[in-house]
Design a protein around this ligand. Sequence first.
Ligand SMILES: NC(=O)c1ccc[n+]([C@@H]2O[C@H](COP(=O)([O-])OP(=O)(O)OC[C@H]3O[C@@H](n4cnc5c(N)ncnc54)[C@H](OP(=O)(O)O)[C@@H]3O)[C@@H](O)[C@H]2O)c1
Length: 302
Amino acid sequence: MEKPYILHMLTTAKNLSPFDVNMAVDAGWISAIPYINVEPSEAKGLVQDVIFSRSPKGLKKTGIFIGGRDTKQAMDMLKTAKNNMLPPFEVSVFADPSGAFTTAAGMVAAVEKELKEKFNTTFEGKNLLALGGTGPVGQAACVLAAQAGANVTIIGRQLDKAQRIADLCNEEFGEGKINIAAGIDSDKSEYIKTTDVVFATGAAGIELLSAEHIASSSQLKVAADVNAIPPSGIAGLDPFDNGKVFTNSPSGAVGVGALAIDNIKYQAQNRLLRKMIDSDKPIYLHFEHAFEIAREFINSSK
Ligand SMILES: NC(=O)c1ccc[n+]([C@@H]2O[C@H](COP(=O)([O-])OP(=O)(O)OC[C@H]3O[C@@H](n4cnc5c(N)ncnc54)[C@H](OP(=O)(O)O)[C@@H]3O)[C@@H](O)[C@H]2O)c1
């Protein structure tokens, strides 16, 4: 009998996201099996149970997805999974905690496109503010933008938390090769004067960039928002906007809304889930792979 495609879906949270289950099955996984409240220390045992119950041929139809809310835990579990494979007993693994890696990838790829098409430039040397950048989406987006050469500042309501997250991004996710700074929300009126790019990555339904901020920024180029719940994270930005000029921007800045980004996020997550099925060799996927595939999608739809 042909073995069915099984995706073992691990989360450290109380529930697995139904969004991720739908995405997995729609991408071609026949069974999407949830493992909830997983302790990171249990990842090794679960991986070994996955790989020793099927032949190498059957393992080509087997995969592991890592969800949860915590980016560091998810990346640690991805590493644990990889380190505990025993080739040829090995399966593909994809980490996308809270949908954050694919959402961040969609946002960074969309902003990169606007910088190129509207301003003939790149992230290199641009000053970037990540408002509410301390959450999972902000963390992954900041690392990707910093890797692309931007001078990134994570803004939060408490400086010590923002600094802790910046350190995590630099040391863990950026492997010491990036230098993201931290700042406090109450200073954003000053920061915005010299900002080229804004990511609004705060919790849903909170305006983080006002019309006054946009009007006071003489070098703002692109402002993007991942929050689809009203009010928008950026004043005057509709979730469907995709490169629309802010009428109050002295520098002709353009906006990218949450639903424009969502489309790219969807494509990135779908394509990575399918890539796990199609790949000849086991693959290990996280925010960097999501960004590569989001870029590919954008370039192929031009
Ligand atoms: N389209 C998608 O598929 C998708 C997927 C995932 C997420 N999202 C959206 O992306 C956004 C970010 O998600 P996330 O999970 O990374 O966010 P999150 O962890 O819920 O929040 C991010 C940051 O927002 C700040 N914040 C929370 N309450 C606030 C308030 N009342 N005022 C000002 N700042 C506040 C906090 O930073 P400080 O405490 O440091 O200030 C928090 O760390 C959300 O809007 C979410 O809905 C979209």
